[in-house]
Design a protein around this ligand. Structure first.
Ligand SMILES: Cc1cc2nc3c(=O)[nH]c(=O)nc-3n(C[C@H](O)[C@H](O)[C@H](O)COP(=O)(O)OP(=O)(O)OC[C@H]3O[C@@H](n4cnc5c(N)ncnc54)[C@H](O)[C@@H]3O)c2cc1C
Length: 395
């Protein structure tokens, strides 16, 4: 092997978690190198939040994450909170606002967050090397020797911050999981999360007629439920409530959609039958739901005409479709469209206080590569900041 450049810490992955880790380690006087195979830093931050980066959530707590080990994230989230990150954003005079439900977005552009991370990392002399691909990792005499396409690096602490599998076209790779396999670290099965859901041909044809329509809906799988907007698309269903539930969905499980916000539509229709018996049921329903959606449900139940002529058990069946629409998605739009990867490095293998692998001294995993997935709303970045901070203070 050619002569290696020595650093205290090498971080692989110049995204949210990798940058935060590099800054904290640099602050402690460590010599830090941050490498990435991409030519551009932090691409996911750039495209996040519709270009305005939903960088944290005021209400962050452990219940906002999907993981097979829900307590794991608690320590890191307490060590570096949403308020700590807000303080950093304030220090850099980045203007932001709360959109809804505690979600904080930049007023202008997500590039401001990237520039802030670049400024901070420069301040602490982090050596940033882009377009650098790791070819080999060897652990010899308590040191990591890393061969890349550009240079060889030797370090005492190696941090894997390469994220998950979503959006491969901007640099996502399985690198983190490959490193885990090399060191015999267990991986919890991965699948795309925060992703639109797809349906069989019949339902898809019906849904695509409503393409572009957005309604407030409550979607559940068992006891997990989300109430927010649902968007009909020509490929299936999307929108915040659908993206949220997708992180809990695995094939063959059915989802229940309440299209009328937890209100018993049967009661309303029976009242209308007494008050306005001559009114067409489609028109009555269209006073509660968008007309196109009302027509879809009437068609699905093969019901039309004056409400007086519709039997109560037919009204009940129609109402049940609206309040308890049960269906099994056929799949998701996959990693190409997913915002996150659910599953990942088994947190049982990692110290929650330091992010170090319990059985492999000096090896750390941070950010999305771990089996910690936030709900929609800024939680995924907060996890990246918190876990990056913790590792940066322990490398
Ligand atoms: C479209 C979209 C919008 C999103 N919006 C939000 C939002 O508003 N709020 C929120 O909280 N979350 C959002 N997310 C999720 C969030 O972006 C991620 O959870 C977060 O970026 C994870 O941070 P990370 O540092 O772990 O990984 P990443 O940010 O993915 O960074 C990983 C880095 O590692 C590099 N890398 C990968 N493989 C290799 C390799 N083999 N060698 C070297 N480098 C490698 C990548 O190039 C990348 O720079 C969004 C995701 C997407 C896709």
């Amino acid at each position: 092997m050619e002569k290696a450049i020595k650093y205290d810490v090498l971080i692989i992955g110049a995204g949210a978690a990798g940058f935060m880790c590099s800054i904290e380690a640099g602050k402690r006087g460590k010599s830090v190198c941050l490498i990435d195979h991409s030519t551009k830093v932090a691409e996911k931050i750039r495209i996040s939040g519709g270009g305005r980066c939903n960088f944290t959530n005021l209400n962050t707590n452990q219940s906002c994450f999907v993981s097979s080990n829900n307590n794991f994230c608690k320590s890191a989230l307490n060590q570096y909170t949403q308020f700590d990150f807000i303080e950093l954003v304030d220090k850099h005079k980045i203007k932001f606002h709360e959109k809804k439900l505690g979600q904080l977005f930049c007023d202008y552009s997500s590039q401001e967050i990237i520039d802030m991370l670049l400024r901070e990392s420069r301040k602490y002399n982090v050596a940033l090397r882009m377009d650098t691909k790791v070819e080999e990792i060897n652990y010899i005499s308590e040191k990591y020797n890393i061969k890349t396409n550009k240079i060889n690096i030797q370090c005492k602490s190696l941090v894997i911050a390469t994220g998950g599998l979503s959006i491969p076209k901007i640099g996502a790779s399985s690198f983190g999981y490959d490193v885990a396999r090399q060191f015999n670290i267990n991986i919890i099965k991965t699948y795309p999360g925060l992703v639109p859901l797809q349906f069989d041909h019949g339902l898809l044809t019906d849904f695509s007629k409503l393409s572009g329509l957005s309604v407030n809906a409550n979607i559940s799988i068992g006891k997990i439920a989300f109430e927010d907007d649902l968007l009909f698309t020509h490929k299936g269903l999307s929108g915040p409530s659908v993206l949220q539930i997708s992180s809990y969905w695995q094939s063959s499980r059915n989802i229940i959609i309440d299209f009328y916000k937890n209100t018993d539509i049967n009661k309303l229709l029976i009242e209308q039958k007494a008050k306005n018996p001559k009114k067409e049921i489609q028109n009555i329903l269209a006073t509660f739901l968008p007309r196109k959606l009302a027509l879809l449900f009437c068609n699905l139940e093969n019901i039309n005409g004056q409400i007086a002529n519709i039997k109560n058990n037919q009204i009940k069946a129609l109402s049940n479709k609206i309040n308890n629409f049960s269906t099994i998605p056929t799949g998701t739009e996959g990693y190409r469209m997913a915002e996150v990867t659910v599953g990942g490095i088994d947190t049982k293998e990692i110290s929650p206080k330091t992010m170090e692998v319990k059985k492999q001294s000096g090896l750390y995993f941070v950010g999305e590569v771990l089996d910690i997935t936030g709900h929609l709303g800024g939680y995924n970045f907060q996890w990246a900041w918190s876990s990056g901070y913790v590792a940066g203070n322990n490398v």
